[in-house]
Design a protein around this ligand. Structure first.
Ligand code: UT7
Length: 358
């Protein structure tokens, strides 16, 4: 049977750091509140468009796999914060990296987009449609954030990461998964202003406000992720003690702790970086995968579990077996252009632009 091993990985975090103290300069909030309720201490704010973050992450992932861009057969670009809807983000990335002619699609299930993309690409490799794929999780939330709303502005950040999948006969990559969605709860997380529903309603595209029932999302997230973990482990015929590392979606430390407890996995076997990046939506899991590899937390043959949830409310969990190689085969010289503004200045510019009449 054909499987889809992860053979390359790369991340791109914009350099500008927005601390909790920075947020407290323009919102009625405190470092103590944010840290105790979410675990988040800082997040990154991008000075470049989404496509640029994804490009750098993708070049790094391809170099790590030693796969030439022209050999790429499929790009799945997971995001809910597109620079453009038409043409899609994947076609722009294809053009930019030089992967001429390959299949290229965007996939939006909010924070689970990367993992839904991982499962989609894995299925296409298993069924022989393609023999490799570049799967991206990238988000530029900051331009779509309502920076006047302390309920949401403290939670999110920008970032990107990508992985390369390649066909193998070894049982590696995604072994089993559960993908799901509680569509009946979709109204508890709605970003007003991102879509055709708002045309002719006197609201320019991107002029957003967030409908966000934090406590209800929290409950649904814990329930959806726990259910997905149990189902994915059941399909893989594995028990929680056999999992070497849980690499969960990073939205809130308390959600991660609750899911780990329900899954009966001690926090020592859970990778957490939410304190440094906040919720980067679909980018959280691939960025965490990259960092877990860099930090030696993923070893040859490691079994991983990746629970996640997002708007929709989508949820999923994958059981993955890592291959023999945990080091990159090569590196890329791709870099972001230098950033000459602080994160606070970038956020203030977004606020100013929204105050100016169109
Ligand atoms: O990928 C999907 C993304 N969504 C999520 O992950 C959200 C999941 N939910 C959560 O993470 C948590 O529910 C929150 C972090 C959003 C909120 O934590 P909580 O412990 O559920 O707080 P709460 O909703 O009970 O709010 C308590 C109080 C409220 O004040 P009152 O009404 O009790 O007077 C809020 O107005 O905290 C207030 N509050 C804040 N205070 C200071 C809300 N945001 C802030 C803030 N700073 N940033």
């Amino acid at each position: 049977m054909t499987h889809a091993a992860i053979t390359g990985w790369g991340k791109c975090l914009p350099p500008a750091v927005l601390s909790n103290a920075d947020l407290a300069t323009f919102l009625d909030t405190t470092d103590e509140w944010i840290t105790s309720r979410t675990g988040i201490r800082e997040r990154r704010i991008s000075h470049v468009p989404l496509g640029e973050l994804a490009y750098v992450a993708s070049r790094r992932a391809l170099a790590a796999a030693a796969l030439e861009p022209r050999e790429v057969e499929l790009i799945v670009f997971g995001t809910c914060s597109h620079d453009d809807q038409v043409p899609n983000m994947a076609s722009g990335l294809q053009c930019r990296i030089g992967a001429e002619g390959c299949a290229a699609m965007d996939l939006n299930t909010a924070c689970t987009s990367f993992l839904y993309g991982l499962s989609t690409a894995t299925a296409m490799i298993r069924s022989g449609v393609v023999s490799n794929a570049l799967v991206v999780g990238a988000e530029l939330i900051s331009p779509f954030m309502d920076w006047t709303d302390r309920n949401v502005a403290v939670l999110f950040g920008d970032g990107a990461a990508a992985v390369v999948l390649q066909a193998t006969e070894r049982p590696e990559g995604v072994l089993a998964e559960l993908l799901g969605c509680s569509g009946e709860s979709r109204e508890i997380l709605r970003v007003h202003g991102m879509g055709g529903a708002y045309v002719n309603k006197g609201r320019p595209y991107g002029e957003v406000s967030w409908q966000f029932e934090g406590q209800e999302i929290f409950r649904k997230a814990v329930h959806g992720m726990s259910h997905a973990c149990e189902a994915a482990l059941g399909k893989a015929k594995l028990e929680p003690p056999e999992i070497d590392l849980v690499v969960p979606h990073q939205a809130n430390l308390r959600i991660i702790e609750a899911v780990a407890k329900r899954a009966r996995v001690p926090m020592e076997r859970v990778y957490v970086n939410v304190q440094r990046y906040g919720n980067m939506s679909s980018a959280t899991v691939p960025v965490a995968l990259c960092e877990a590899l860099e930090g030696g937390r993923i070893r040859p043959g490691s079994l991983l579990l990746t629970p996640a949830f997002g708007g929709g409310l989508s949820y999923c969990a994958q059981v993955l077996r890592w291959g023999e190689r945990t080091h990159p085969l090569g590196s890329s010289d791709a870099e972001l252009p230098p950033c000459d503004r602080s994160a606070l200045e970038i956020v203030r510019d977004v606020l100013e632009a929204k105050r100016r009449p169109a």
